[in-house]
Design a protein around this ligand. Structure first.
Ligand SMILES: Nc1ncnc2c1ncn2[C@@H]1O[C@H](COP(=O)(O)OP(=O)(O)OP(=O)(O)O)[C@@H](O)[C@H]1O
Length: 309
């Protein structure tokens, strides 16, 4: 269980985290989202005792990091996969961590196996690819078999197979009853793997809810294509909210597929395509964090996903 209460962190005049309160429950994967500079890393660092809160508390299992007798057994974290001595082998890196934390050495080979690094364990880390370093960082996080896991941008540097692997690892960890908090800027990735999301902007809480709830709030719509889109738009505008989605294409909010199809049919307007479009986490994220972003391109449009059928 992760518990954040009134957490605030100032760096000089910059308020990086601003009165943040949320919980992350065991048995779930929770995505931790926010624009660059929103305060995700700072929050994670405070959970790990690496930064001291200006006020408020960040606890794991009911205690601050420093209050745990054996912190690696309580919380495992992947923050910066490059923070490993390059001259050491992967196995040596983990053995040192095990020894200094009173963890049996036999655990080292178990976690190497779990992250698929057994074959490379005897090689020096400087020869590792970015993906292998990520795997080593994840092995270190799992070393103490902790009930709470924190991952900061864990997908960075992983290839497609690595991404699939890490997705299933998160799910397995949650199924084992662990609390898994994963920060990411890859919205589609989070939508695939997370049960819940905590979204922050400028250090403040923007959303803390189930993924489905957040996506639902972004609003589903019906997309319809017709060679007589103008006439159809006039007709549908009497009943719902209609916007142009491209040449001959409309998006309709407030009507079902059946209502759009029936209305078109009744007025003899041809329809070449008709489908419900699901709101994506990305669309929800943009609408929730609008105004929370300090630096953003002019046309950061949010792509949507079409629901099959
Ligand atoms: N050690 C520090 N000294 C001064 N300012 C800092 C420090 N660490 C973070 N900040 C500032 O605090 C704010 C939050 O940064 P943080 O790295 O926590 O955001 P983030 O959400 O993790 O962003 P990103 O996705 O870019 O990693 C930013 O304005 C950042 O510049």
């Amino acid at each position: 269980m992760i518990s954040v209460r009134g957490l605030t962190k100032d760096f000089g005049r910059v308020r990086a985290v601003d009165d943040l309160t949320f919980d992350v429950a065991p048995g779930t994967v929770t995505g931790f989202l926010g624009p660059n500079g929103a305060g995700k890393s700072t929050t994670m660092r405070m959970l790990l005792g690496l930064d001291r809160p200006t006020s408020g508390t960040a606890t794991v299992g009911g205690r601050r990091y420093a209050e745990h007798a054996a912190p690696l057994r309580e919380v495992g974290a992947l923050l910066d996969a490059s923070a490993v001595h390059p001259g050491r082998t992967g196995r040596t890196h983990l053995r040192i961590a095990a020894r200094t934390n009173g963890i049996p050495l036999a655990r080292v080979d178990e976690v190497l196996d779990r992250v698929g690094l057994t074959g490379a364990a005897g090689r020096r880390v400087k020869g590792y690819s970015l993906g292998m370093r990520q795997r080593l960082g994840i092995a270190a996080a799992l070393l103490g078999d902790p009930p709470v896991l924190l991952f900061d941008e864990p997908v960075n540097g992983l290839d497609l197979e690595g991404v699939r692997w890490i997705r299933s690892l998160f799910r397995e960890c949650a199924a084992e009853g662990r609390t898994v908090l994963v920060s990411s800027h890859l919205m589609s990735e989070v939508q695939l793997v997370a049960d819940r999301v905590v979204i922050i902007g400028r250090g403040r809480l923007v959303a803390d809810a189930a993924v489905g709830e957040v996506v639902g709030a972004a609003g589903r719509r019906v997309r319809v294509r017709s060679p007589r889109a103008d006439a159809l738009a006039r007709l549908l505008a009497e009943r719902g909210e209609v916007t142009s989605a491209g040449p001959d294409e409309l998006d309709v909010v407030g009507l079902t597929e059946a209502e759009v199809g029936t209305a078109a049919h009744e007025h003899g307007l041809p329809v070449h395509h008709l489908a419900e479009v699901a709101g994506s986490l990305e669309a929800a994220y943009w609408s929730l964090t609008e105004g929370e972003v300090e630096f953003r391109g002019e046309d950061a449009a949010a792509p949507e996903q079409e629901v099959a059928g």
